[in-house]
Design a protein around this ligand. Structure first.
Ligand code: AMP
Length: 192
């Protein structure tokens, strides 16, 4: 199986690139942000739990997030692999994912980190907020809080995967196809 964690701060382009990668490599895309937004829209119990955190740009508690992620993976028993987008975001989530995948005799193949400078991220998110209707993309202070939460709680996962020899940085600035090419080169190198 090819299991990729697409990593990077909000606005790095994880969603856009995931869409292209799943087509190229025939993978299943799991975005915890998309899953939460789906629950929010349908006003499920989980959506109600997540709303307060999402509105502030804070992380939803680990046990809620991990349970939701595992349920989604279990819905695809025949998958050739997964792109995890926006998950894991904390050390307990990364540990839970490793345990969960090893219980299925598989593991994370590679974490690909998309990088971009903070001002570029804020600019992209404000632009996205204009047509996405996402409340957390329309308010600069919430955007900056999401980047702060990323730096404080999520960025450490680079170490977690580096220690396993599975971490690679990809320049996230440039055209969509240019960045996609860089990601493909990193993935294709695994096979050689
Ligand atoms: P995203 O679309 O990935 O930017 O996620 C939007 C929001 O959903 C985040 O600001 C969090 O409130 C929540 N969220 C998404 N993924 C996670 C996660 N792995 N852990 C905790 N909260 C998450």
């Amino acid at each position: 199986m090819l299991n990729i964690v697409l990593f990077g701060p909000p606005g790095a382009g994880k969603g856009t690139q995931s869409e292209k990668l799943i087509e190229q490599y025939n993978l299943v895309h799991i975005s915890t942000g998309d899953l939460f937004r789906h629950h929010l829209k349908n006003e499920t119990e989980l959506g109600v739990k997540a709303k307060g955190y999402m509105d502030k740009g804070e992380l939803v508690p680990d046990e809620v997030t991990i349970g939701m992620l595992e349920e989604k993976v279990n819905q695809h028993p025949d998958a050739k692999g997964f792109i995890f987008d926006g998950f894991p975001r904390t050390a307990p989530q990364a540990e839970a994912l490793d345990d969960f995948l090893s219980g299925k005799n598989t593991k994370i193949t590679l974490m690909l980190a998309l990088g971009a400078a903070e001002e570029e991220l804020v600019k992209r998110l404000l632009l996205r907020g204009k047509d996405s209707g996402r409340a957390d993309d329309s308010d600069e202070s919430i955007i900056r809080n999401r980047i702060k939460v990323y730096n404080e709680q999520t960025a450490i996962l680079a170490d977690f995967y580096s220690k396993q020899g599975k971490y690679e940085v990809v320049n996230g600035v440039g055209g969509i196809d240019e960045i996609f090419n860089r990601l493909c080169i990193a993935i294709n190198q695994l096979a050689t």
